[in-house]
Design a protein around this ligand. Sequence first.
Ligand code: ADE
Ligand code: ZN
Length: 340
Amino acid sequence: MTPLELQEIIQGIPKTELHLHIEGSFEPELMFEIANRNNIKLDFDSVASLKKAYKFNNLQEFLDIYYLGAQVLLYEQDFFDLTWAYLTKVHSQNVVHVEIFFDPQTHTERGIDFEVVISGIYKALEKGRKELNITYKLIMSYLRHLSEDSAFKTLEAAMPFKDWIDGVGLDSSELGNPPSKFANVFAASAKEGFKLVAHAGEEGPADYIWEALDILKIERIDHGNRCLDDEALVKRLIENKIALTLCPLSNLELKVIKKMEDHPVAKMLDKGILATINSDDPAYFGGYMNENYFETAKALKLDKNQLMQLAINGFEASWMSQDDKVKHIIAVKDYFNTVN
Ligand code: ADE
Ligand code: ZN
């Protein structure tokens, strides 16, 4: 397969995205546009100088810049524009279903109402469903560097918008903020009917993945790279069909791996883990879904069967109905039958 053939194959695969922070899809050009119209001065004088700052040695260095960028988002229209830009981009890459995170506390902590944030995101998602045929789920993510009490306040603020939210997640600085810190708020979120996911095993150890499973009772792991350190954990993931939402370009940019050839996704597929490919924060890490598939496939020399398995896993691990899963998985298989 030449690189061009590989790119063409990837473009045509009907794809899901299950791990995407909407604030992480904030492209510098749009950031400057929104900053200008909101009369906010960014610390950078051009798109180029901002992009130059996107060099990270670890998760925290990235988060510091990511939270800074989000500060220009003030109004419902800003959240709408951010989400709509993401949807049109992934539509062009043949992504047909998305399950996206938003971080309410990043905004409520600086005085923006929960309603402003979620209304803009929700309206764009609905427009995308109607006009682009992209189905979606919305996940409210608690920031783990803040207290559990703050997460409880977020849960309370979300109550009037319960019908727009499908699940809750846990993100931000992993080391030193284990899942167990949020045991009570996850239990309360489950009682409200939300599905549960959590970032675990990105920088943190395999133990954090166990905690996410056993204490938070999550049903899907975001990242989970470190699971391969623990054979009993791998067995548990396989037996319980716990999916991992992997983000290869993110892992490379945040130095979770040294080079793409070291990415564990091929090993995970070999073992029968329900591994999926996602973009995490595409505006910061140099690529959306197709670029993540492409760079991974190129470095690990993935064959067509492995690419097909990754796409199928995306639908399998999603929260769409069983009927819809079957329909999409048939479409993926039909597509690969046309690719020689
Ligand atoms: N927030 C946005 N991207 C994140 C990541 N990769 N890990 C933890 N928190 C995040
Ligand atoms: Zn993430």
